[in-house]
Ligand binder design. Structure first.
Ligand code: ADP
Ligand code: MG
Length: 256
């Protein structure tokens, strides 16, 4: 059974229709890339999957269950954005563990203030230590754990931000143009790191980009979009070799 199913999913902002009708399914373990020009509705679609914005009509289901009323946390998604901010006064280890600390902390308190003593105590909890080390290893951050963000390169900071987004061990990874603020060299490196992460964790990834090269090199399946509508669904090879129309051919740079 496909993990995520969208049937007639649409989105309006006021009387502007951004996604008229979206029908697609995303298989378990897929690296699905949503590819299309700026403004075509990629982020909106991802935010609907995450539960960060409502769908206007249609059904969205995970493993056959309608998730319309589910909060983002119940959906078990990790959402990675292009912009990120690390806590400058915390170490890399604390930055990565932060979502786990907040989860643990919220169970006891209603005030959103985590004291440094509480942080110190929670950082020693075995489950938190283990999970933090595990994700740090997956992203090759282990040697940097005691450093502070100011002493890291841009690429290392981006990796810490990625680790922090993923530390809750999500079942679904949603990434919205996570590399678009990086220079070309770093982008190439992070591309292969994210692909490696996908192979290691064997979960479903939905990755939004307007970059054809990212789509072609990372995806197991691509949905090409224009103006909120699906132009083609296929593997990178299928889309490159047999573009469905001139829009796709132009956009992926393949001969029509
Ligand atoms: P993409 O991520 O592909 O660049 P978006 O999903 O961000 O596209 O936006 C698709 C369209 O929806 C754009 O025309 C954008 O202006 C519009 N849009 C997105 N969010 C909102 C919003 N909160 N209110 C009104 N219009 C929006
Ligand atoms: Mg966007």
């Amino acid at each position: 059974m496909p993990q995520i199913t969208m049937k007639g999913v649409s989105k309006n902002f006021g009387d502007v229709t951004v996604i008229p009708r979206f029908d697609a399914s995303i298989d378990d373990g897929e690296f699905l890339v949503l590819l299309g020009p700026s403004g075509c509705g990629k982020s909106t679609l991802l935010r609907m999957i995450a539960g960060l914005t409502d769908i206007s009509a249609g059904t969205l289901s995970f493993d056959g269950e309608d998730v319309n009323d589910w909060t983002p946390s119940r959906r078990g998604v990790a959402f990675v954005f292009q912009s990120y901010a690390l806590y400058p006064h915390m170490t890399v280890r604390e930055n990565i563990a932060f979502p786990l600390l907040m989860d643990a902390f919220r169970k006891w308190h209603h005030i959103p203030l985590l004291s440094s003593i509480m942080r110190w105590k929670l950082m020693r909890r075995p489950d938190i230590v283990e999970r933090t080390n595990q994700i740090a290893e997956q992203l090759e951050l282990a040697p940097l754990m005691n450093r502070r963000p100011a002493s890291l390169s841009g690429g290392q900071r981006q990796r810490v931000a990625l680790a922090r987004s993923l530390v809750r061990n999500p079942s679904l990874y949603l990434l919205d143009e996570p590399l678009s603020n990086l220079d070309a060299k770093l982008r190439t490196q992070m591309r292969s790191e994210i692909s490696t992460l996908h192979q290691r964790v064997r979960k479903t990834f939905v990755y939004v980009t307007h970059d054809q090269v990212e789509a072609m090199t990372m995806a197991t399946k691509i949905i090409v979009m224009n103006r909120g509508e699906i132009q083609q669904i296929g593997t990178p090879d299928e889309i490159y070799e047999h573009p469905a129309n001139t829009f796709v051919a132009r956009f992926v740079g393949a001969p029509p």
